[in-house]
Write a protein that binds this ligand. Structure first.
Ligand SMILES: [Fe+2]
Length: 488
């Protein structure tokens, strides 16, 4: 497989309100906007960025109207301070996850002493009183949903004693609150579970989890009763992070294997599912499990005295450290495989057990989030790689009841992005709806919008893009008049 290198090349062009040619037909009820986030620019002046989490964020918006079978397209870089500096000065302003700043040592020292973080929000978007681009940073950047123009900033740590918040906040419709973890680094790390009113930004601290080490986390699981943080035996050597800030080391350089267990507290290298009782605001149980690494959770739900936690599990921290742009863009990328794994987490006693549901490499697990978050669910949608490709080549619908899978793959050399499920209004069947995604067509050097029937995973409509986009990360589909979210 080749062609995936195009997913890691800069697109500087910004287009606004371009009407796209559509083949096929959209459902009448599909009216809204898909806004996705991801890399746009892979260098600052002469400095080539090192890691997939470093490139400057570009938003892509597809205004979809099934009543008129029309799709309009807009893309725009987020005007973060990091982006402005890269464009005006041609250098890296602050440490990006895998690239050190192009700044003198005394500037780096000031950054490390003041806890200055990047503000390049390339992971995803969420709607907190306005569309906001986010990453693992204290800064969220507001954009206009039509033009994608940057309109302001928002401190995501307001009211919290924390350095930044995780890139995958949950939205709990019952409480009309965002639920997330804030993280602060010291000698180890403290993870603080909080809920925030999306309009007033008032915050409630639910529970604080102090760790002697700094286990890495990017997402977590949520049910009505519990929030579950997977404390994995891979994370940051905070001493190395501090000294690295001066010597030119990075966040990714400081990622390590806690060989003595988290905090040296055990003589094993166990992971721990920290199960937090949301109502009581305290830890219900810390449940040991064999070591694994995770970026993304799918869903979790209660089954009797157990919690079933579904996530994409990797062997170890190489899932992150191998995501260098040189490796990803090479003809022979060496990419660790993540599988869809179900962990059975007992709420009373004993260890968590695991069962591999679908062997990968798979990523971007999604489901019917508005209706099934924290509940039993049947279908999980993922993007799947083939050997020799650093990018997904097909989308998979996995049936958790039947333990069967259905796939869709675009023609030619092409790479589909995160699959977002949108349910048909009033539908009963869990998979009555569509999958909305973008596809990087390497043969045509173009990125299209594709809509699939989620029932049988066949293509029903495709809008021809006006240019090529780098491969993106996460997005949301915002239906008009009902801004429920598509995913975590
Ligand atoms: Fe993510």
């Amino acid at each position: 497989m080749s062609g995936h290198g195009l997913g890691f090349e800069t697109q500087r062009e910004e287009r606004s309100g371009e009407s796209l040619a559509l083949s096929g037909s959209l459902p009448d009820w599909l009216v809204g906007r898909l806004i996705r986030n991801g890399p746009g620019q892979f260098e600052a002046g002469e400095t080539r960025l090192d890691h997939w989490f470093d490139p400057y964020a570009m938003l892509r918006s597809f205004r979809i109207d099934g009543r008129t079978d029309s799709v309009d397209y807009t893309n725009r870089f987020v005007r973060s301070e990091d982006f402005r500096h890269a464009r005006s000065e041609g250098e890296v302003r602050r440490m990006l996850p895998g690239t050190p700043p192009d700044r003198p040592v005394w500037t780096r020292l000031r950054h490390s002493l003041t806890g200055a973080f990047q503000d390049n929000p390339s992971i995803g978007v969420f709607d907190a009183g306005g569309i906001t681009a986010i990453t693992e940073s204290p800064a969220g950047i507001r954009v206009d949903p039509d033009s994608l123009e940057t309109t302001g900033r928002r401190d995501l740590t307001t009211g919290l004693d924390a350095d930044f918040t995780l890139g995958h906040p949950h939205y709990d419709p019952d409480r009309d609150a965002f639920v997330n973890f804030a993280v602060s680094y010291g000698r180890g790390a403290t993870y603080t579970l909080f809920e925030r009113d999306p309009q007033t930004t008032a915050v409630d601290v639910i529970c604080e989890l102090p760790f002697d080490d700094a286990p890495y986390a990017h997402s977590f699981a949520l049910t009505d009763e519990f929030a579950v943080l997977a404390a994995i035996p891979y994370g940051l050597d905070t001493t190395q992070l501090l000294t690295g800030a001066l010597s030119g080391g990075t966040f990714v350089d400081a990622v390590t294997d806690f060989q003595d267990g988290i905090g040296g507290q055990t003589d094993t290298r166990d992971a721990r599912f920290v199960v937090i009782d949301r109502e009581r605001g305290e830890i219900h149980r810390e449940v040991p499990a064999d070591p694994f690494f995770v970026f993304h959770h799918a869903n979790a739900h209660r089954a009797g005295d157990d919690l079933l936690v579904d996530l994409i599990a990797y062997d170890d921290e190489r899932a992150m450290t191998r995501l260098t742009l040189d490796n990803l863009a090479s003809d022979t990328p060496d990419i660790p495989a993540g599988d869809l794994v179900r962990y059975r987490v007992p709420l009373d006693e004993g260890r968590a057990s695991s069962e591999t549901l679908y062997e990968g490499q798979v990523e971007f697990p999604t489901f019917d989030y508005p209706d099934r978050l924290g509940s039993a669910y049947r279908y999980c949608y993922m993007a799947a790689n083939a050997d020799g490709s650093s990018l997904p080549i097909r989308l998979v619908k996995y049936d958790l009841d039947e333990r069967t899978a259905t796939s869709w793959a675009p023609d030619g050399t092409a790479f589909p992005g995160e699959p977002l499920f949108e349910k048909a209004p009033g539908a009963d069947r869990e998979d009555a709806g569509v999958i909305v995604t973008t596809v990087l067509d390497a043969d045509a050097e173009r990125t299209d919008l594709v809509v699939l029937d989620a029932g049988d995973m066949t293509q029903i409509a495709r809008a021809t893009g006006v240019h090529r986009l780098p491969y993106g990360f996460h997005g949301q589909f915002y239906r008009d008049g009902n801004r429920v979210r598509s995913m975590a």
